[in-house]
Design a protein around this ligand. Structure first.
Ligand SMILES: [Zn+2]
Length: 483
C-alpha cells in the first residue's frame, strides 16, 4: 500500500496490517537468521507462535552487546543477517514464494538472481562506538529500495516540495544520515547537491553553493549547521530561498534551534521550518517531525516500536520508558526486540494534531542513553556524570559562540585527580569578566560539577572542534591517560 494511503488509515486498521506483516515476517523471514533460530530454539518458541505484536513479549530482548563484534568473534554480527539456503527455503518460504520458484518456469539462474536481489548484502553502514568495534549493518538491494522509500516518506511528512533545490551537508561516511538523505532526494527526484560536509567539500564552497543554487532545503548535524550559517552571516550571504532545515546525527536542543533560526533571519531566511530526525544504525532508516513541535512519524509497515519500563515490562500507550525496536520490513542485517537504550516520554497513537497522519509518533524529546553508555556517562572525581547535559546548558547561553569540554588528569598523571576544562569562545564584544561565574553556575546547577573555564579565540576553537577536518565535531574529548 502506498504511504500516502497507509499514513491515513484508522489506527485499528494499521494495527491489523501490522500484525499480519509481523506474522509473515516471523514465519517466512526471521528463520533465515542464524541468531534468532538459535534464540527461539533455546527459549522454546516456534516462529509460528508469534502472530501479533503482543506475542512479541515472549521473545527475549536483543542488546547492543549481543550484536557487537568482539576480538574473539569479529564476525559475530553476521549471525544477524538473513541467510536462506535451499533447505531453509523449503522449510520456511511462503507457499506463494515456493510456487514461484518451483512452477514459475524460472531457470536456476533466474532463481539465484531473484534470491540475490532480496538477500545479498550490497551496501553497508557502521555504528560508531567508542569502546566496541564498529558494527556493520548490511542492506540488500530490496533494502536500498526501502531506504529510498523511507527518505521519500520523510520528505512527505516534512511537507517538502520536490521543486526545491536540496543540499546534503551530512558528513560523507558509511553512516545512515548521509545515505538516508541522499536516497530520499534521489527517490523524490529533487535536484540535489551531496557535499559530504566540511571535511569533504569545505564550508566555504558549501556556503557559496547554498547562495548560488538558491538552495531550499538543507540537511546537517546541528553543531555543524550552526558553524556553517554563522560563517554565512559574517559574509552577508543571501539564503532567502531556504525553507527547510533537517537536522540529524545528534539531538538539536531547543537552545540550539533558537540560535540557528536567529542566524538564519540574518541571511534572509525568515520562514524556515527546523525539523529534527530520529534514527539509529540498527533500524536502517530515519523518522522525522512534521512540525517543530511534533513527534517522529513512524512507518508501521516497516518496523514496530514498543516502550518498556526499567524491569523490561511493556508500558501502555503514551507512557514513558525505553524504546524497543523490531524490524518488520528489512532483509540483510535485522534485529528483533532490540533495546535501543533511548528513553522516550511516550508514543502517541491518535491522529497527529499537526498533519492529521494516523501513524504512531515517538515524542520529540528522546534521551539517548546509548551514547551515554559508551562515553557520555563518565566518572569524574569518582562521581558519575552525564556529559550530554553540557549541550542544553551551554547552547542556552546566547553569549557563548562555541565550546568544547576536555576531561584530563592533573599533570597528565593517571593517578591524580580529574579536571574538566571548558574551552569557550564568546560572542564578539562580550567580555569574560562576569560571564565566567554565570557559566560556572549554570554548569554546576545542571551537572553538579565545577569546571575550569578557558577562553579561546573562535578560530582556535573551531580548529580544536575539527569543523573542517573531522567527520563529526569533537565536542567532548577525554584526554585522560589510560592507566
Ligand atoms: Zn504530523
Amino acid at each position: 500500500m502506498k504511504w500516502t494511503e497507509l499514513s491515513q488509515l484508522p489506527a485499528a486498521e494499521l494495527l491489523e496490517r501490522q500484525n499480519r506483516r509481523l506474522a509473515y515476517f516471523m514465519q517466512h523471514e526471521l528463520p533465515y537468521s542464524p541468531y534468532y533460530r538459535r534464540l527461539f530454539e533455546e527459549n522454546n518458541i516456534r516462529f509460528g507462535d508469534i502472530r501479533t505484536t503482543d506475542d512479541l513479549q515472549r521473545i527475549p530482548f536483543t542488546t547492543k552487546a549481543d550484536i557487537a563484534p568482539t576480538a574473539d568473534d569479529p564476525a559475530r554480527t553476521r549471525q544477524f543477517i538473513l541467510q536462506p539456503d535451499e533447505q531453509l527455503i523449503k522449510q520456511y518460504a511462503s507457499k506463494q514464494k515456493l510456487a514461484q520458484i518451483l512452477w514459475g518456469k524460472l531457470t536456476k539462474q533466474d532463481v539465484k538472481r531473484a534470491l540475490e536481489y532480496e538477500y545479498k548484502p550490497v551496501h553497508l553502514h557502521f555504528t560508531t562506538g567508542r569502546t566496541a568495534l564498529p558494527t556493520p549493518f548490511a542492506y540488500t538491494a530490496t533494502d536500498v529500495a526501502t531506504l529510498q522509500e523511507g527518505g521519500a516518506r520523510m520528505l512527505d511528512v516534512a511537507g517538502v516540495s520536490r521543486d526545491l533545490f536540496a543540499l546534503n551537508a551530512f558528513p560523507y561516511a558509511p553512516h545512515l544520515a548521509f545515505w538516508q538523505v541522499y536516497n530520499g532526494f534521489l527517490k523524490l527526484g529533487m535536484t540535489s547537491l551531496q557535499t559530504g560536509g566540511g571535511k569533504i567539500m569545505g564550508t566555504q564552497k558549501i556556503i557559496d553553493a547554498i547562495e548560488r543554487l538558491k538552495i531550499g532545503i538543507i540537511a546537517f548535524i546541528p553543531g555543524y549547521g550552526y558553524h556553517l550559517i554563522r560563517e554565512a552571516v559574517k559574509q552577508k550571504k543571501d539564503f532567502s530561498n531556504l525553507k527547510f532545515v533537517i537536522s540529524g546525527g545528534e539531538r538539536a536542543s531547543a537552545g540550539m534551534k533558537e540560535k540557528v533560526k536567529k542566524l538564519l533571519v540574518e541571511v534572509g531566511a525568515k520562514d524556515v521550518q527546523f525539523l529534527s530526525t530520529y534514527a539509529f544504525t540498527e533500524a536502517k532508516i530515519a523518522w522525522i517531525q512534521c512540525h517543530e513541535l511534533s513527534g517522529y512519524h513512524l512507518y508501521p509497515d516497516i518496523e514496530y516500536f514498543e516502550v518498556i519500563d526499567k524491569n523490561g515490562k511493556r508500558v501502555g500507550p503514551g507512557e514513558p520508558g525505553e524504546l524497543v525496536y523490531t524490524s518488520l520490513g528489512w532483509h540483510g542485517t535485522i534485529v528483533v526486540r532490540y533495546r535501543t537504550g533511548d528513553m522516550t516520554e511516550g508514543i502517541d497513537y491518535e491522529p497527529c494534531p499537526h498533519c492529521g497522519k494516523t501513524v504512531p509518533r515517538i515524542r520529540m524529546d528522546i534521551q539517548r542513553t546509548s551514547e551515554i553508555k559508551e562515553f557520555r556517562l563518565t566518572k569524574v572525581k569518582g562521581e558519575l556524570i552525564n556529559l550530554n547535559n553540557f549541550y542544553p546548558v551551554l547552547s542556552s547561553i546566547p553569549e557563548i559562540e562555541e565550546w568544547q569540554v576536555e576531561i584530563r588528569k592533573r599533570n597528565d598523571d593517571p593517578y591524580d585527580i580529574d579536571e574538566i576544562f571548558l574551552h569557550v569562545a564568546l560572542k564578539e564584544g562580550v567580555s569574560m569578566g562576569e560571564m565566567k561565574h554565570r557559566i560556572q553556575r549554570a554548569v554546576h546547577s545542571e551537572l553538579f560539577i565545577n569546571v575550569d573555564i578557558h577562553e579561546q579565540k573562535l578560530e582556535k576553537i573551531l580548529q580544536m572542534l575539527g569543523m573542517e577536518t573531522e567527520v563529526k565535531e569533537k565536542r567532548i574529548i577525554d584526554n585522560r591517560p589510560k592507566d
